[in-house]
Design a protein around this ligand. Structure first.
Ligand SMILES: NC(=O)c1ccc[n+]([C@@H]2O[C@H](COP(=O)([O-])OP(=O)(O)OC[C@H]3O[C@@H](n4cnc5c(N)ncnc54)[C@H](OP(=O)(O)O)[C@@H]3O)[C@@H](O)[C@H]2O)c1
Length: 267
């Protein structure tokens, strides 16, 4: 990759930052497609977020930035606009910087997840879905699952209030999808999704009792590292079709290019 003064810069704000691998995958894709864009992680502590966002407005070769833990919600009031889906989810994960410094936030997590499932041959329309996790990414994923036409969505989360509140929000936005909070037993579900961080670290407990997974149940993960989490390994061993966390980011790449107007539509 050749980075010059003509290169468009994309930043990824996180704290901690050491686990961030999305920048590498995005750089590979931009490079492979011949786009003069370079992506760099930026370690930003929460109290410094307003200062950094203000500075990015002034950085004229910055095309935009990604935000991840813990900035996805706190960045919202610092932006000029958010897309309807980001407003619905209440969190942002990518921001476009226009030439005049105006910042528009979007949330590509949910649509990226659903597109990633489709890429793995897994559909949602009319199906019963169990989602574990109601954190930042989990919120985006739940809205997108309902929007994609799932018949039923059960949300389980360690902190039960968060699951109940997410289920109520999704039910209000998508009444066709019966959305409730529940337990983590996968029996009877067509699709099971882990949106928690359980599985990132060695020794993490499994997010659900995998001995109850039937071969007909599709299992999706959003964790990118490791690529095959203990949940996915157990699901594969039981004959389930799986979707990897990296599929979600790979699909977000296409959505990100549209948000940043990179490619044919670039100004
Ligand atoms: N593939 C992609 O493109 C993509 C995109 C975004 C995020 N991710 C990954 O998704 C994961 C979650 O990210 P996030 O932004 O949603 O994080 P987050 O907002 O911090 O949410 C974390 C979730 O995990 C649960 N959790 C954490 N530790 C737990 C434990 N020991 N036992 C039970 N539940 C636990 C939390 O439950 P509580 O509510 O009870 O705390 C919450 O539901 C991370 O691994 C992240 O890297 C992947």
């Amino acid at each position: 990759m050749k980075i010059t003064g003509r290169t468009g810069i994309l930043l990824m704000l996180a704290d901690p930052v050491a686990h961030v691998v999305g920048s590498h995958r995005l750089n590979e894709r931009f490079d492979a497609e011949g786009h003069d864009i370079a992506v760099s992680p930026l370690h930003v502590s929460p109290p410094d977020l307003p200062l950094v966002i203000g500075a990015i407005r002034r950085m004229q070769n910055v095309r935009g930035f990604g935000v991840t833990i813990p900035h996805k919600i706190d960045v919202l009031p610092l932006l000029d606009a958010t897309t309807p889906r980001a407003a619905l989810v209440g969190a942002v994960n990518f921001v476009r910087r226009d030439g005049d410094g105006r910042l528009t936030g979007d949330n590509l997590d949910g649509t990226g997840f659903v597109d990633g499932l489709a890429h793995s041959g897994i559909t949602l329309r009319g199906r019963r879905v169990l989602q574990i996790g109601a954190g930042g990414a989990g919120r985006a994923v739940a809205f997108a699952i309902a929007e994609a036409g799932a018949a039923e969505l059960v949300v389980h989360n360690r902190t039960r209030d968060r699951a109940a509140s997410l289920a109520a929000d999704v039910a209000a936005a998508h009444p066709h999808c019966r959305t409730v909070a529940g337990d983590n037993d996968p029996r009877g579900f067509d699709v099971v999704v882990n949106t928690t961080s359980m599985g990132m670290h060695a020794g993490d407990p499994l997010p659900l009792p995998t001995e109850h997974l039937g071969a007909h149940t599709d299992v999706a993960e959003i964790i990118m590292t490791p690529e095959i989490t203990p949940l996915l390994a157990a699901a594969q061993a039981r004959g389930c079709r799986v979707s990897l966390g990296k599929s979600m980011l790979d699909e977000q790449y296409k959505l990100l290019k549209a948000l940043l107007r990179i490619g044919a539509a670039a100004p």
